[in-house]
Design a binder for this molecule. Structure first.
Ligand code: NDP
Ligand SMILES: O=C(O)C1=N[C@H](C(=O)O)C[C@H](O)C1
Length: 233
């Protein structure tokens, strides 16, 4: 499979290594200094760039008729626009705040726990995410996905990084050293706490999941999710 890497930072380079190990070829490493000229040579594109260019990267794929996997976070206020463009251009698209198998299992666990806890008013949920100091966005895309998972399965209505009211989920974002990504969801009462936590030990899981998603999407049309790729629906 011929892959275009849109963004060649920490994730782009890890994806390149895993893709080569799995027998794929890299035909473009897009950064701010080169063009999309070789995008049309690719069977699939993988975007791990920066919030400010994700929409340009993704829409270039739809205009070039190349399926696209996007892991970039911090741009999802424009997700619906990209879904509409994908449908208009009959493209293929997966965006996920986290491509690792472990976090996708954790998403399911979070939703199950939220449903269970929604019957018990004495517990109040809060979330913490820890990432490396180079991260541009806060809170992390994964923390936002976790908050959405709670909102869809409880009486909470939104999330905040400020002081929460009773309907709001508080998210704390910490930036420490080179932490790849740690997410904790805690339910606190006056009596005890229940906590679930996912700790990434490195970036391998994110990168492997993105390459597996890229292998999966080739030949398909439409907007999909990691649940489709991992058959978790
Ligand atoms: N969904 C998931 O599973 C995961 C998502 N992420 C997300 O992926 C994104 C990238 O993460 P990471 O690799 O750690 O970040 P990095 O900062 O290491 O890499 C981002 C890269 O994008 C490059 N870039 C800047 N401008 C452009 C442009 N115009 N076109 C293409 N590339 C450009 C940067 O170049 P330069 O350095 O020259 O500015 C940099 O190399 C982030 O949004 C992060 O949150 C990260 C891990 C997992
Ligand atoms: O920027 C990162 O590094 C990561 N970003 C993603 C996010 O915002 O959730 C996924 C992972 O936690 C690493």
């Amino acid at each position: 499979m011929k892959i275009a890497l849109l963004g060649y930072g920490k994730m782009g380079q890890t994806i390149e290594r895993i893709a080569l190990e799995r027998g794929h070829e890299i035909v473009l490493k897009k950064d701010e200094f080169n063009t999309y000229e070789r995008l049309s040579d690719a069977d699939v594109a993988i975007d791990f760039s920066i919030p400010a260019v994700a929409v340009e990267n993704i829409s270039s794929c739809f205009y070039t008729n190349v399926p696209v996997i996007s892991g970039t976070t911090g741009w999802l206020d424009r997700y619906d626009e990209m879904v509409a463009l994908c449908e208009e251009k009959k493209g293929a698209f997966i965006s996920s705040s986290n491509f690792s198998l472990g976090v996708n299992l954790f998403f399911g666990l979070n939703e199950y726990l939220a449903k269970m806890m929604s019957k018990f008013d004495s517990y109040k949920v809060d979330m913490e995410e820890i990432h490396h100091t180079q991260k541009l966005d806060a809170p992390s895309g994964t923390a936002i996905s976790l908050a959405k998972g709670v909102i869809e399965n409880s009486n909470y209505t939104n999330w905040t990084m400020e002081n929460p009211n009773s309907n709001e989920i508080h998210i704390e974002a910490l930036r420490i050293g080179d932490v790849p990504g740690t997410h904790t969801v805690t339910y606190n009462s006056g009596i005890d706490s229940i906590e679930i936590k996912h700790t990434a030990h490195n970036r391998e899981g994110f990168a492997l999941g993105a390459v597996i998603a890229a292998e999966w999407i080739v030949g398909k049309k439409g907007v999909f999710s990691m649940k489709d790729v991992l058959e978790m629906n």
